[in-house]
Ligand binder design. Sequence first.
Ligand SMILES: [Zn+2]
Length: 313
Amino acid sequence: MKILNHTIGLGESIQVKMNFARLNTRDTIEVPIIVQRGKKEGPCLLLIGGVHGDETNGVEIVRQIVAKGLNKPDVGTIICIPLLNVFGFINQTREFPDGRDLNRVFPGSDKGSLASRFAFHIMKEVIPHVDYCIDYHTGGAQRFNYSQIRIDEGDEETFKLAEIFNAPYIVYSKSAERTFRKSMVKLGVKVLLFEGGKSLNLDKTVTKVGIQGAINVIHELGLRDLSSKILKEDQKPVLIKSSKWIRARHSGMYRSDVRVGQKVLKGVKLGSISDPFGNFEKGFKNNQEGYILNSNHAPVVNQGDALFHIGFE
Ligand SMILES: [Zn+2]
């Protein structure tokens, strides 16, 4: 296996540093890629976090997987990139320094924007080796995602792996054009997109679900026998086939009456919005039975802001 001019033999491990883009001070930014190969040939799994620089919870999940040594396979290869968008991480923003969303420029071009060039090199140097990928994300800003695996509908192997991952929810969601997921799927990579928590935040439950999911998948793919770490759970993920966003009808101070992750019946009060002065307050109710996949934790909202993502079986 050859990544970025480094040859990695069976049973070998290496930390390669990818440095295709520089800061505007001309300083080089290095993105560590941790490659661990087993003693026997087998499938290659990529675990990646921080495609968006402010989605720290995904970074923490992959970091812990490396720190605990769970990324050392007996068979095949595990590649870990805990933090892809180092630039955004330094600035605590979602974007690349050129203002672009890295997850909207794939598969990239070697003559395009900075983000686009970076995407191009990832697709050229790393992805051709990859058979399976878990791409760890969080909700944006204050919008907290309950742990869920997002997949395209229709691919049986991807669906089976999503079940094995065993997050509370599996959500059918079409991957948008120019996303990392879409570009990988086009090349035949089986991609699980994990969503859990919110940006610039660490949530221990989300981290636990994300790590356990990777353990389950590593074991299932036969990369390493992790049966001692597989939990005996009778709870299966709930399959969400469609979903919608509920938006704020007013601007003002916002309070939610339901917890993220819970089932909500029709007619249940979801929350209320008021002015800050005690004169105005309006509650709003749920109009279709479903599950709260995402809840906005912001105390103050604008009219039209997304408050809940509700999923339906
Ligand atoms: Zn993201």
